[in-house]
Design a protein around this ligand. Structure first.
Ligand code: THU
Length: 130
């Protein structure tokens, strides 16, 4: 199954009763295995989690800490753009040139990279003097 198909499938399970905005995400680990996640909202709104966070958590729980590709899908007018926090989370486990596919359920697709989504991001080098 393609990464975008995995994201499309897991999106169906999103728990989004407050926003009604379901998101699906899938990441490919260095091993080639695919991990997927959906957004999980909460009545205490800040406790909700993004789809990307779920996919990354599944990858790490399976013992992988490197992702080689990302796909994110939602029912939006334009390919869904990950939030700032998720860009930082993706950067933790990917590289600048890691491919990210942003998509809508209508079939619109935008290809980008983690580096393009998070230019000049905070990284471990900034803590060199710590
Ligand atoms: N959301 C994601 O899961 N990923 C994104 O990239 C954008 C936003 C979720 C969070 C919340 O459950 C809903 O979409 C509306 O913000």
């Amino acid at each position: 199954m393609s990464l975008i198909d995995a994201a499309r499938e897991v999106r169906e399970n999103a728990y989004a009763p407050y926003s009604n905005f379901k998101v699906g995400a899938a990441v490919r680990g260095r091993s080639g295995r695919v991990y997927s996640g959906c957004n999980v909202e909460n009545v205490a709104y800040p406790e909700g989690t993004c789809a990307e966070a779920g996919a990354i958590a599944a990858m790490v729980a399976a013992g992988e800490t490197e992702l080689t590709e990302v796909a994110i899908i939602a029912d939006s007018p334009h390919p869904v753009s990950p939030c700032g926090g998720c860009r930082q989370k993706l950067a933790e486990f990917g590289r600048h040139d890691t491919k990210v596919t942003l998509a809508t359920i209508d079939g619109a697709v935008q290809e980008t990279t983690i580096g393009a989504l998070l230019p000049a991001g905070f990284s471990v080098e900034h803590m060199d003097r710590a």
